[in-house]
Design a protein around this ligand. Structure first.
Ligand SMILES: [Zn+2]
Length: 282
């Protein structure tokens, strides 16, 4: 969807009360997700997407808690609920995000790339952002000095504190760009990493980037063979033909507040529902 179109719709969405949007859509459970929260966006991310500062994030949470109750996964009751998650396993999760969530007693899922934990390697896009910042950046030195990713110790601590862990692929590839057997390997290996090393009992997997272009055969394979319990996409508020593939809201995408972004997602869902286009089809 074009950013300009989304922003125009958002102006209409803002004048409709949130409870009206929830009622008209019938969608009581939402899944907003983020990457990091930082008052000082790190060089490996700042050239990629807008980052929430602490004040903006607290404001997002105020909006969410006003209209929804925070829920772990899977959600157990039928009230208006939000299930929060964070992708890419970055160190800000431990240093900034978790303390804010603990203070408010908000549960969350942290999705990790198994090859990057403990700063053993780095996501390609972060290298691009670093090179934009400074073409001479030594990546290995950056990994050692800056430690952009969570360490195993930090992840274990987060797990003991009650957070849920999920998998996000081994190396964060675009799934539609790799063969199906490699998609399965990335999914299975990263889920095993999370369950075997950190005692996570749920097998949760969030697609790197998007689940666009993923075939039915992939979903049939991983659900029938119990490789994953649930998978997560990034298409916003949408229904999916696979009930166990849950679409999440990429709140950071256009740099709008959670209030403005989520209300717009609701309005777009209602419009699509009327025109029968609210399903992700494959
Ligand atoms: Zn990611």
């Amino acid at each position: 969807m074009k950013e300009s179109f989304f922003k125009i719709i958002s102006l209409i969405a803002l004048i409709i009360p949130t409870k009206v949007l929830i009622r008209l859509s019938g969608k009581k459970i939402i899944y907003p997700f983020y990457h990091i929260v930082s008052d000082n966006p790190p060089p490996h991310i700042k050239h990629l997407y807008p980052v929430r500062n602490i004040k903006q994030f607290e404001k997002d949470l105020d909006f969410l808690e006003k209209h929804f109750s925070a829920s772990g996964f899977p959600p157990k009751d039928k009230n208006n609920l939000f299930v929060l998650s964070f992708d890419d396993g970055l160190s800000e999760i431990y240093n900034t995000v978790a303390p804010i969530l603990k203070k408010r007693k908000i549960p969350a899922i942290f999705f990790l790339n198994s090859a990057f934990v403990d700063n053993k390697n780095i996501f390609n896009n972060y290298v691009s952002s670093l090179k934009k910042e400074n073409p001479d950046t030594d990546i290995n030195e950056y990994l050692i000095k800056q430690k952009p990713y969570l360490t195993s110790r930090q992840i274990s601590k987060l797990k003991t504190e009650g957070f849920t862990l999920g998998a996000h692929g081994v190396t964060h590839p675009l799934f539609s760009g790799i063969p199906e057997d490699e998609q399965i390997r990335q999914t299975e290996e990263s889920i095993k990493f999370v369950t075997e090393n950190f005692g996570e009992t749920q097998k949760l997997f969030a697609f790197p980037f998007t689940d666009n272009g993923i075939k039915n055969s992939f979903f049939n394979n991983i659900f029938e063979n119990k490789i994953a319990d649930y998978t997560f996409g990034t298409a916003g508020i949408k229904d999916d033909v696979f009930e166990r593939n849950i679409q999440r809201i990429p709140v950071e995408k256009y740099g709008l507040s959670a209030k403005r972004h989520i209300k717009t997602e609701y309005l777009l869902y209602i419009i699509k529902k009327i025109s029968g286009k609210n399903f992700v089809n494959r």
